[in-house]
Design a protein around this ligand. Structure first.
Ligand code: SF4
Length: 446
């Protein structure tokens, strides 16, 4: 039997990273990956629970698979990641979709090969493997990277923050930092294979090392990665404002390799709402951090996350969010409408905002943000930027797409042999979501 797997990943980069490891393990078992779900005899959904949308999307996909599962005797269906970590939802899935064969969690994906074998010997039993707070940091698992020039490197797992709307501490457990030597080995290994850009991943990278002995923290880790010659760009995501300290900000100002982009989720512009979200900073604290960042790295690009319609959010609270957008002038933002998440304090509140109000506020937020993004991009018109070329553009074959150091998407005409290289591009067209330009030999502005 030909072994072919299809994997679909929902949610954050952490899940993407886990899926790279799952793919690596399966390729070691002689599985080939397909992009066509109908060709697969192993289908895996690596799921996300952070928003209701992602949960509903999974149910839609599972419902649609029932027919395929009936038609194909040898089809194995696995659901993993964040959703199965929640007992209530897991039981709902087991009840509603009894044709699922394997269920694994965020801490047990390394058991998938063993579970597949077990299933092949006894296909009648549904296999469920879950651990809440695993100490297994999944070191040394094979990984299939999406790109050959840039890679994610996870530096920690879990989160201790318990924001009142969020399921992550429940699904991924408490913070566990990887040993710095393991991380540096992984980066050195990637560097020796020609990778140029590393993105360090964690739910809250700025608290890296707090759970380890000694005083080696995130800034020291960045300093050590910066010393690895072949690595030209370092990125990191996500940061929590409460953990962004002066030592780290000073280092950003000195660093030659850490990119001038920071994703710093604010979530809301009202200190009252932030308190109820259990974010542990005020609007004023956040603005102060942005000032320090811009003093240290004058052309730093700031992206953020917003949640609109948190329970009890008043019109005045929401106005504060809009005024914060104008004050900070974000370069980009991920915007979400609040949705009730299981077993969270915010989900239990009785002062939920009605859908119509949430949607109206959401649209007003976008109307405020988009012109700001465009203005911020306009500063790049006629400037030359260094671009790490990722791929051929989705829409036009003769165009390539890459990212500037400030994380802007840049499209330009070029030959595919430039993929994986850093080139200079003169920007001649600016849009809200991307820049367009031409290849040049001129010196880059950033
Ligand atoms: S910091 Fe807050 S929002 Fe982010 S993962 Fe942790 S609990 Fe969730």
């Amino acid at each position: 039997m030909k072994k072919i797997f299809y994997i679909e990943t929902f949610g954050c980069q952490m899940n993407e990273y886990d899926s790279e490891k799952i793919s690596g393990m399966l390729e070691n078992l002689d599985y080939n990956r397909t992009k066509n779900i109908n060709n697969a005899n192993l289908i895996i959904y690596n799921t996300c629970l952070i928003r209701e949308n992602a949960e509903n999307k999974l149910y839609g996909k599972l419902g649609a698979l029932k027919k395929l599962k009936m038609e194909k005797d040898d089809l194995i269906l696995a659901v993993g990641g964040c959703i199965p970590q929640n007992e209530e939802i897991r039981n709902y899935i087991l009840d509603k979709y009894p044709f699922i064969d394997i269920i694994f969690g965020t801490n047990t994906f390394y058991k998938l090969p063993e579970m597949i074998n077990k299933h092949m010997n006894n296909s009648h039993e549904i296999l469920v493997e879950l651990e809440k707070n695993s100490s297994n940091l999944n070191e040394n698992l094979p990984t299939v990277r999406k790109y050959e020039h840039k890679a994610f490197v996870n530096i920690m797992y879990g989160c201790n923050n318990f924001c009142s709307y969020c399921v992550v501490p429940h699904t991924r457990g408490r913070e566990r930092s990887r040993n710095s030597k393991e991380i540096l080995n992984e980066v050195e290994n990637l560097a020796s294979q020609g990778f140029k850009e590393i993105t360090l991943l964690g739910q809250n990278v700025n608290s890296y090392g707090n759970d380890l002995d000694g005083d080696y923290r995130f800034t020291q880790l960045l300093e050590d990665i910066e010393k690895i010659n072949e690595i030209e760009r370092i990125r990191y995501v996500s940061s929590h404002p409460k953990d962004v300290g002066d030592e780290f900000i000073d280092f950003l100002g000195r660093s030659k390799k850490v990119c001038n982009h920071m994703h710093l989720p604010i979530q809301a512009g009202s200190s009252k709402v932030l308190k109820e979200m259990n974010r542990k900073y005020t609007k004023e604290d956040y603005i102060q951090i942005i000032k320090k960042l811009r003093n240290s790295v004058p052309n730093i690009s700031i992206s953020t996350d917003f949640i609109v319609g948190f329970p009890g959010e008043s019109e005045e609270d929401f106005e504060e969010t809009l005024s914060l957008c104008r004050e900070v002038e974000f370069d980009a933002a991920f915007t979400f409408i609040y949705s009730v998440r299981p077993n969270t304090p915010a989900g239990k509140r009785i002062d939920q905002i009605n859908d119509e109000v949430k949607h109206k506020r959401f649209n007003r937020l976008l109307e405020t943000l988009y012109p700001i993004f465009y203005e911020r991009n306009l500063a790049y018109k006629d400037k030359v930027v260094k671009v790490l070329v990722d791929k051929i553009s989705k829409n036009k074959d003769e165009y390539l797409t890459g990212r500037s150091r400030s994380n802007r998407i840049v499209h330009f005409k070029g030959n595919s042999n430039l993929i994986g290289k850093i080139v200079n591009v003169r920007i001649n067209k600016v849009k809200t979501w991307f820049l367009k330009g031409v290849l040049t030999e001129e010196e880059a502005y950033e």
